[in-house]
Design a protein around this ligand. Structure first.
Ligand code: UD1
Ligand code: CA
Length: 458
C-alpha cells in the first residue's frame, strides 16, 4: 500500500494580478509549490502528481526530478483537477491517495504524516480541518451527531452553515478505489458550475466515517492575494528565524531579519535589524551582520563585520571589515583581516590578507597582495571604453590618496604612489612613483589682487 500524492496547482490566482503563476510566487525566497512538494515528500509520498494549468511550463520547470505533472487545460474545479490527475495514475485501487493544495506552503510534513497515520486501512477518507477566526471563503465542515456528513462551500451555505468555523482546507487522504469511484460520480450542479472535490467527501461520508485531523490554522493559510502572500511570508520567516536562534544565532529583532530558506548560519553569528540574506549565502561564527545589509550568494567567514552594505556574489574572509556603505559585486574576494570601508565599491577583485581599502574607492578587475593600503579616492581605471584591463598591486604597497591606476598597470611589492598621481606605467618594487606637476608659489598674490580690484572699482 503506497502513498501517492496529488498536488492541486492549476488555478490562475486572479487576485494576485500577476503574470507569474500563483504557486511560483516566492515565500522566503522559494516558490510556494516547492515548499508544498518538500512537505509532501518528507511526509512519505512515494509518487507525486502535480496538476498544472496556468503557466504550466514555468511551474513544471521548478519541479524536482521524478515529480509527475499533468496539465488541466480548463480549470473546472478542484474535483475536475483531481480527476485529471487520477486519470494518469494507473491502478490506485490498493493505494492511499494524499491530496494537497499547491498554494498553501506552510503545511508541515509532521501534519501530513499525522494525517496519513490517522487514516485507517479501511477508511474512505480522512481530512485536515482547522478552526478559522474568520471562515469566510472556506468550505464548512457539516457534522451530524459529531460525524462529518459533508463540506458546504461558501456560496452554498445557508444561515446556519455559514456560522460554522470548522473548515476544510483541501487536504485529504483517500482510499484509492473509493476515490476513483466517487470522482466518476461528480457533477457540477452548484452555484459555480464546478466539479467540487469537497463533494467526494460528502459521498464517502455515506460509505464510512470520515475522520478529521485538526491543525493550527496558521499552517493552512493559502495564498490568493498579495496580502495573504505577505502574511504567509512573515510566518515562514518567523519559523526560519526561530530555528536559527535555536541553533545559537543571535538576533536583536527577528521581526526585521529576512533569511531565505537557502541560507546557512553558524552558531554565534550576530544579526542586527534590516538584514536580508538571500540565495547561497552563509555566515560564519561570531560574524556581525547589520544593521542594514543585503547579502546575495555571499559567504562570510568567522568574526567578520558587515554593516549598511550590499554584497552580491562576494567571498568575505575571517575578521574582515565591510562598510558602512560598501558595495561588493560578484567576484570580490576579501581575504582574512582585510577591509572594504565606507563608500568603497569592489568587483572581480581579490584583496589580500590584511590589505585595506578604507574609503571612497573603486577597485575593479584588480589583484591586491597582502598588507597593502589603498588611499582614499583611489580608482582602478579598468575600462578604456572598449575593454576591461587588470590592475595588479603587490604586497605592502602604499597607494597615495586619489591615485588613478590606469590599467593595465602593475605596482610592485613595497612600492608607493604619491597622492593625486595618474599612474599609467608599471612601478618597480620598492619605488616611489609621483605623477604630478610641480607646485608653483606666487608670493604676496592675495594682497596684489586686492589692490588691483580697488584700482578698477574707482
Ligand atoms: C477550496 C475548497 C474549500 C477549501 C478551500 C481552501 C473546493 C470546492 N473548495 O476552495 O473547501 O476551504 O479550497 O483550501 O474544493 N485548483 C486546480 N484546478 C481547478 C481549481 C482549483 O488545480 O480547476 C487548485 C488551485 O490552484 C488551488 C486549489 O486547487 O491550489 C484550491 O483551489 P481554489 O480555487 O483556491 O479553491 P477555493 O474555491 O478556495
Ligand atoms: Ca483558495
Amino acid at each position: 500500500m503506497a502513498v501517492r500524492a496529488i498536488v492541486l496547482a492549476a488555478g490562475k490566482g486572479t487576485r494576485m494580478r500577476s503574470d507569474v503563476p500563483k504557486v511560483l510566487h516566492l515565500v522566503a525566497g522559494r516558490p510556494i509549490i516547492s515548499w508544498v512538494i518538500d512537505a509532501v515528500t518528507r511526509a512519505g509520498a512515494g509518487e507525486i502528481t502535480v496538476v498544472v494549468g496556468h503557466g504550466a511550463e514555468a511551474v513544471v520547470a521548478v519541479l524536482p526530478d521524478g515529480v509527475r505533472s499533468v496539465v488541466q487545460e480548463q480549470q473546472l474545479g478542484t474535483g475536475h483537477a483531481a480527476q485529471v490527475a487520477f486519470g494518469t495514475m494507473g491502478d490506485t485501487a490498493e493505494d492511499t491517495v494524499l491530496v494537497v493544495p499547491g498554494d498553501s506552503p506552510l503545511v508541515t510534513a509532521e501534519s501530513l504524516r499525522a494525517l496519513l497515520e490517522a487514516h485507517g486501512p479501511g477508511s474512505p477518507c480522512t481530512m485536515v480541518t482547522t478552526r478559522m477566526p474568520d471562515p469566510t471563503g472556506y468550505g464548512r465542515v457539516l457534522r451530524k451527531d459529531g460525524a462529518v456528513v459533508a463540506i458546504v462551500e461558501e456560496r452554498d451555505t445557508d444561515a446556519a452553515t455559514v456560522r460554522i468555523d470548522e473548515v476544510a482546507v483541501s487536504t485529504y487522504v483517500f482510499g484509492g478505489r473509493l476515490l476513483g469511484e466517487s470522482l466518476a460520480r461528480l457533477d457540477s450542479g452548484n452555484h459555480q458550475n464546478e466539479y467540487y472535490l469537497t463533494d467526494v467527501v460528502g459521498m464517502l461520508a455515506a460509505v464510512g466515517p470520515v475522520e478529521t485531523v485538526e491543525v493550527d490554522h496558521e499552517e493552512t493559510l493559502g495564498v490568493n492575494s498579495h496580502d495573504q502572500l505577505a502574511n504567509v511570508d512573515a510566518v515562514m520567516r518567523r519559523r526560519i528565524n526561530a530555528e536559527w536562534m535555536r541553533q545559537g544565532v543571535w538576533m536583536q529583532d527577528p521581526d526585521r531579519v529576512y533569511i531565505d530558506e537557502s541560507v546557512t548560519l553558524q552558531p554565534g553569528a550576530r544579526i542586527y535589524p534590516g538584514v536580508h540574506l538571500e540565495g547561497a549565502t552563509s555566515i560564519g561564527a561570531d560574524s556581525q551582520i547589520g544593521p542594514d545589509a543585503f547579502l546575495l550568494d555571499t559567504t562570510v567567514g568567522r568574526g567578520a563585520r558587515v554593516w549598511y552594505s550590499v554584497l552580491r556574489g562576494a567571498e568575505v574572509g575571517d575578521d574582515v571589515d565591510v562598510g558602512p556603505y560598501a558595495t561588493l559585486r560578484p567576484g570580490t574576494i576579501l581575504h582574512a583581516g582585510s577591509k572594504a570601508g565606507s563608500f568603497v565599491e569592489i568587483k572581480e577583485s581579490e584583496i589580500g590578507a590584511g590589505s585595506k581599502v578604507p574609503h571612497l574607492s573603486y577597485i575593479g578587475d584588480a589583484t591586491i597582495g597582502e598588507n597593502s593600503n589603498i588611499g582614499a579616492g583611489t580608482v582602478t581605471c579598468n575600462f578604456d571604453g572598449f575593454r576591461k584591463h587588470r590592475t595588479v598591486i603587490g604586497s605592502r604597497v602604499f597607494v597615495g590618496s586619489d591615485t588613478m591606476l590606469v590599467a593595465p598597470v602593475e605596482l610592485g611589492d613595497d612600492s608607493i604612489t604619491g597622492a593625486g598621481s595618474v599612474i599609467t606605467k608599471d612601478v618597480a618594487p620598492g619605488a616611489l612613483a609621483v605623477e604630478r606637476s610641480a607646485q608653483k608659489e606666487i608670493a604676496g598674490y592675495s594682497e596684489r589682487r586686492a589692490r588691483t580690484a580697488e584700482a578698477e572699482g574707482e
